[in-house]
Design a protein around this ligand. Structure first.
Ligand SMILES: [Fe+2]
Length: 260
């Protein structure tokens, strides 16, 4: 069994002085990621022993994780046709490309999170980072939604949203705005940073973990996420995601792990 993660190496290396995360913050990120495994987020890596009996090193074949629900489960908000392409072709292509790019390199033996950490901020490994991060981001995105989702969170997460955003309506407004205003392809996120909830947006494959932030929720705003069902109406997709699809159980679990 391989040891997954962690992102603390990235955080520690990229942060400067006053931005240096505390040990507690590092542990939070680790805890979140470990929790992610329990939620199936690490299902995209299979560990295989080397076929060589004399070589004890291991190789990692990343595999496409199954959706956490049936492809029809989010209809009419997200169609099975969208999942056919988004999960079956786009997400799969990232997995396949990643495996090709790391074959025969020292990254071949690393977990997905370790590949992301090792390739972030390294221009010579941009292709590897883009595919590895997109594999991670999409798995996190599938889990950020559920059938009959949306509504409102409860308990400590709702208390924290009210504390950091003023009220739940303000959170919804800011999250939607992040997704709608992300120019071109990218992602909207709810993250925890420095003990505070924040809304962020990232372009292309970029993700909060490599910026010292703990992701709690994400919305894919690449056109491939919504074009079949909403065409160019990204605001309608974002509103539906917020009102009908967010898996607040997943977000709350991530929040609880991050706050430990
Ligand atoms: Fe996507």
């Amino acid at each position: 069994m391989f040891k997954p993660l962690p992102f603390q190496a990235v955080k520690l290396n990229e942060k400067q002085d006053s931005q240096m995360p505390t040990r507690r913050e590092v542990l939070k990120t680790t805890a979140l990621a470990l929790g992610g495994i329990a939620l199936g987020l690490n299902a995209c890596s299979d560990n295989k022993q080397s076929s060589s009996k004399t070589n004890q090193s291991q190789t990692m074949t990343h595999t496409l994780p199954e959706l956490p629900y049936a492809p029809t489960a989010l209809e009419p908000h997200i169609s099975a046709k969208t999942f056919e392409f988004h999960h079956g072709k786009h997400h799969k292509a990232y997995v396949d490309n990643l495996n090709k790019l790391i074959a025969g390199t020292d990254l071949e033996s690393k977990t997905l999170e370790e590949v992301v950490a090792a390739s972030a901020k390294d221009a010579s490994k941009a292709g590897i980072f883009n595919n590895a991060a997109q594999v991670w981001n999409h798995t996190f995105y599938w889990n950020s939604m559920k059938p009959n989702g949306g509504g409102e969170p409860t308990g400590k997460l709702m208390d924290k949203i009210k504390e950091d955003f003023g009220d739940f309506g303000k959170f919804k407004e800011e999250f939607k705005n992040a997704g709608v205003t992300q120019f071109g392809s990218g992602w909207a996120w709810l993250v925890l940073e420095g003990g505070k909830l924040k809304i962020t947006k990232t372009p292309n494959a970029d993700m909060p973990l490599v910026h010292g932030q703990t992701p709690l929720l994400t919305m894919d705003v690449w056109e491939h996420a919504y074009y079949i069902d909403y065409q160019n109406r990204r605001p309608d997709y974002a509103q539906t995601f917020i009102d009908k699809l967010i898996n607040w159980d997943f977000v709350s679990k991530n929040f609880e792990l991050a706050m430990k």
